[in-house]
Design a protein around this ligand. Structure first.
Ligand SMILES: *[C@@H]1O[C@H](CO)[C@@H](O)[C@H](O)[C@H]1NC(C)=O
Ligand SMILES: *[C@@H]1O[C@H](CO)[C@@H](O)[C@H](O)[C@H]1NC(C)=O
Ligand SMILES: *[C@@H]1O[C@H](CO)[C@@H](O)[C@H](O)[C@H]1NC(C)=O
Length: 282
């Protein structure tokens, strides 16, 4: 089982490395960078962390600090095919040694200098039992949690509360791609301003693609979009966690409706998972 799991993790990681060769017409749920975003600094989004593969030092997804030891992210950042995995829990073990995931937050997630690093080793990976792909490869229940070994105590490592009220506009930060093709990457944190699409329009839009709107948010920005690498990152409004970057246009073209996980729909799931694994220390 351990070997199988490590193969899956490696596959996800490779799929994000070779993303530039991806067929643009083939819809995939993964994102990687923010298109037409604005450069920003970590003090503005201190809950924001990058998920980094140790051996490649590349941020493949984002996440948010929601507790001293916990990061909220997208399930597809953890696993890409639940059919291959019986348990919705993956333990970091020696078999992951070469592709160990670490969590790291700062304006520039890695500029090569030790001073900027604040690494947190992932001890436990959890994803929603109901995670699956549907319709046009849009993922459902695209939510996951990472428990880290070293607590978040840094100046720019702050927890964010989960949203219970809805207000607009909202902000979506990420280290994702700045241009899809040809690829332009940035190690600098960027953000875009997003607007929520009203519920009726969202239900209609997703129904056209054969997808259920349950647990999802439709968001839109006229001139910008999330892209590969931004997955798992938060949608923030008034310092509350509203959504998780989940899926959108595979070629990162602007002007399309993007689909985020509605964090509020999963409050009970998050609480129960954290409670269940509170004593787990890896
Ligand atoms: C998901 O994993 C399978 C093998 O487990 C791989 O063939 C496929 O390319 C992966 N898909 C994505 C989008 O990463
Ligand atoms: C982030 O970078 C600053 C320098 O800009 C550094 O002082 C700090 O220790 C780094 N790490 C964290 C966790 O804030
Ligand atoms: C998100 O979930 C909350 C809680 O279930 C719900 O009240 C809210 O209407 C949902 N938002 C959308 C846009 O579906």
């Amino acid at each position: 089982m351990k070997t199988l799991l490590s193969v899956i993790i490696l596959t996800i990681c490779l799929s994000t490395v070779h993303d530039s060769k991806r067929n643009v017409n083939n819809r995939v749920p993964q994102f990687s960078r923010l298109i037409n975003g604005n450069p920003t600094t970590i003090d503005r989004f201190p809950c924001m962390v990058a998920l980094v593969k140790v051996y490649q030092q590349n941020s493949f997804c984002g996440g948010s600090i929601i507790r001293k030891y916990w990061v909220l992210t997208a399930a597809h950042c953890i696993v890409n095919n639940t059919k291959l995995v019986k348990e919705s829990i993956l333990e970091a073990s020696d078999s992951f040694k070469n592709n160990q995931v670490i969590v790291r937050g700062n304006t520039t997630y890695d500029d090569g200098s030790e001073a900027y690093k604040s690494d947190h080793t992932v001890a436990l990976y959890l994803f929603h039992e109901g995670f699956y792909k549907e319709g046009d490869k849009i993922t459902s229940n695209d939510i996951g949690l990472l428990k880290v070994k070293e607590p978040f105590t840094g100046v720019y490592e702050k927890t964010i509360s989960i949203n219970y009220h809805e207000r607009e506009p909202a902000y979506s930060p990420g280290w994702g791609r700045l241009q899809f093709d040809p690829v332009i990457r940035s190690r600098r944190l960027y953000y875009i301003v997003r607007y929520k699409v009203d519920h009726t329009t969202c239900v209609f839009h997703l129904a056209m693609r054969g997808v259920d709107a349950e647990g999802k948010l439709c968001v839109f920005s006229e001139y910008s979009t999330a892209c590969k690498g931004d997955s798992g990152g938060p949608l923030i409004q008034n310092n509350l966690h509203l959504g998780i970057v989940s899926g959108g246009d595979p070629g990162c073209f602007v002007g399309n409706t993007d689909v985020y996980t509605n964090t509020s729909s999963y409050v009970n799931w998050i609480k129960s998972q954290i409670f269940k694994h509170e004593s787990y220390i890896g």
